[in-house]
Design a protein around this ligand. Structure first.
Ligand SMILES: [Zn+2]
Length: 221
């Protein structure tokens, strides 16, 4: 039986951490957990990672790949960018589900970063649902995305990050995602503000943190 991962992160046991990052669109992973990933990428050994964006085409596909390299240093072969059209009752749903199953067969992560179950964006929810369907022996951390819907909730898992990493995340978002810069919510102060607020909530030493929903945790003693 596979060992379920809980609070003891395997990197602390001397082996390379395996990370899977899932996002519906090209900027979701970076907004949701970019500072956590920048912090992980600076650690040695650097995590073995897979980065999957489910719906990005054209310029947004290019941005997705740039983001994966910039935030986590993912090797080209670890980056997968699909161009699915989302929807629960569509033919594409079956295809997306199959793609999730194929992914689980080829890569067994320790930690999966994915969308939050209660995110109001339907594409985000589908990715979240399929994550829970597919990965049953992994620590799943659901990230948050600030947006017009005003659906931020009360997360229960925090990753403190340094102030310089928080700033690097905010600047990198603006530099990588040129297609999003015209959106009124895609602003450095929004990203920094949310990390500052979460840092206050968890009493982060440097004042900043990213927050997640951890619905199930096991403690391996
Ligand atoms: Zn999105």
């Amino acid at each position: 039986m596979e060992e379920a991962l809980g609070l003891a992160v395997p990197a602390s046991r001397g082996r390379r951490l395996k990370i899977l990052c899932l996002g519906a669109h090209s900027d979701d992973i970076e907004i949701g957990c970019g500072a956590t990933l920048l912090t992980m990428a600076a650690r040695r050994p650097r995590p073995e990672s897979r980065w999957v964006v489910w719906s990005a085409a054209g310029q947004r596909e290019h941005e997705a790949k740039r983001g994966a390299r910039k935030f986590l240093g993912v090797a080209t072969e670890g980056i997968r960018v699909h161009a699915f059209r989302f929807g629960y009752n569509t033919a594409a749903f079956t295809e997306i589900k199959e793609a999730f199953e194929n992914l689980a067969r080829e890569f067994r992560p320790d930690i999966v970063f994915t969308h939050a179950r209660d995110d109001r964006n339907q594409d985000h929810r589908i990715v979240s649902d399929l994550t829970w369907n597919t990965f049953r022996n992994q620590l799943i951390l659901e990230y948050e995305i600030p947006k017009w819907d005003g659906d931020l909730g009360r997360p229960n898992f925090y990753v403190p990050v340094s102030p310089s990493t928080a700033r690097r995340k905010a600047r990198a978002l603006l530099s990588v995602f040129g297609t999003q810069r015209s959106k009124d919510w895609f602003r450095e102060e929004i990203f920094l503000g949310l990390m500052r607020l979460r840092g206050m909530e968890c009493r982060a030493a440097g004042g900043h943190a990213e927050a997640f929903y951890a619905r199930k945790l096991t403690l391996s003693l």
